[in-house]
Design a protein. Structure first.
Length: 404
């Protein structure tokens, strides 16, 4: 009987101890489950956060892809003889730009984020100071300029600046840009509007949509006897087969804007993009030049003043060389940078070398073999024209791709 009581007491003690151990084990299991849940939630939050960032980056990438749009061609080529050029750098801030004439309204040299530019306002119309009277635009010419697009600036109505190509010979009065006196007018919206319009041949009109990012953008126009083309940042956006012969040009800003309508880097040159010929040989300009002379020479690879930074409109010209090299993978080129004689050799020699190296890097990024490229800065030591004239200096500022 006594033994039986002892056994029962031991059994109860064992059961109690087992229950306590079980509770401890269950507690530990519960703690582990809680920690696991917290870890899972943390990972989920982190994953959701990463997914949100990735989605935001994806959205940004899509928006960037929209801006700017793809183009059908980048065949623009600046005319070979400079007739007028103004980068505004030599102008006095606060003064009327010295290379221009004012027909009405107002214009002034200002700085925009440290960069000099011409602001046209108060229903203003400016036109280049050209010595010749009457008509001066040749049968073939190009016009280039930069204008500032705001994007984030509050919409204030029409917000426009116009490039006007007139058909009259009287350069003392503002032409009716959308009537018989207008050969072609390009109308820019400079903030909160992607729609652009144009008038041509005495009142015909057209329009297109093209979105810009905020900042400076390059516009180029080519006229060849009858055909007129317009390019935004190297992308062709207007292609008219028949436009009346223009005689002179200017920039017009309607209404009284303030700190809104700016232009700079205006260049007028004689020569233009070749007329389209469906019977034309399939040989490219690079192929033809190399076949005939052993090198391709261009004045259409442009840099920021005093720097080795390529301007966006230069990439189309470099792409032509890249296409040739990829088509002819064994071809080797010496990329030569040439300058005019403005400035000292101490500045021009290293600058021309740096610019040639920049072009080589651009070609490599386009898929060309770096082994087949050599950058050489020639400075101003090998001119091809008279450095005493602006037209000659423009020809000397060139890049040569010499086949080796």
């Amino acid at each position: 009987m006594k033994t039986r009581s002892i056994l029962m007491a031991l059994a109860m003690l064992f059961a109690l101890n087992t229950d306590v151990c079980a509770q401890g084990w269950l507690g530990k299991l519960k703690d582990k489950a809680v920690e696991k849940a917290k870890e899972t939630i943390g990972k989920k939050d982190k994953t959701e956060s990463e997914e949100a960032v990735a989605e935001e980056e994806k959205t940004d990438a899509v928006e960037q892809d929209k801006n700017p749009q793809a183009a059908t061609t980048s065949d623009f080529k600046r005319g070979s003889v400079i007739m007028f050029e103004d980068d505004v750098t030599a102008e006095q801030v606060g003064e009327f730009p010295s290379k221009w004439d004012l027909l009405q309204g107002a214009a002034e040299t200002k700085t925009l984020d440290g960069i000099k530019a011409i602001e046209v306002t108060e229903n203003g119309f400016i036109t280049p100071l050209i010595k010749e009277e009457g008509a001066y635009l040749p049968e073939e010419f190009t016009i280039e300029y930069d204008f500032y697009y705001w994007k984030q600036k509050e919409d204030i109505g029409l917000n426009e600046i116009m490039l006007v190509l007139a058909t009259t010979t009287d350069r003392s009065t503002v032409p009716a840009y959308n009537g018989e006196e207008g050969a072609f007018t390009l109308q820019h919206r400079v903030c909160d509007d992607s729609d652009h319009s144009y008038y041509y041949n005495g009142g015909k009109d057209g329009g297109f949509s093209y979105s810009f990012k905020q900042g400076w953008h390059h516009v180029a126009l080519s006229f060849n006897k009858r055909a007129l083309k317009v390019y935004f940042d190297g992308n062709r956006v207007v292609n008219l087969p028949r436009v009346n012969q223009p005689t002179w040009f200017g920039f017009y800003v309607g209404f009284d804007y303030r700190d809104l309508t700016f232009i700079r880097n205006v260049v007028l040159a004689k020569g233009a993009v070749e007329l389209y010929d469906r019977n034309m040989q399939s040989m490219t300009a690079v192929e033809k030049a190399i076949a005939e002379t052993g090198k391709f020479v261009t004045n259409n690879i442009l840099f920021d003043t005093g720097k080795a930074t390529l301007k966006p409109e230069s990439l189309g010209e470099i792409q032509k060389v890249a296409d040739y090299m990829k088509k002819n993978p064994s071809a080797r080129f010496e990329v030569q940078g040439h300058t005019d004689n403005q400035g000292s050799d101490k500045i021009n020699d290293p600058l021309s070398q740096q610019r040639a190296e920049t072009i080589v890097k651009a070609l490599v990024s386009m898929g060309c073999d770096e082994f087949n490229l050599r950058a050489v800065g020639k400075g101003s030591h090998e001119p091809v024209a008279d450095n005493g004239t602006e037209a000659g200096r423009a020809q000397n500022r060139r890049v040569e791709f010499v086949k080796k």
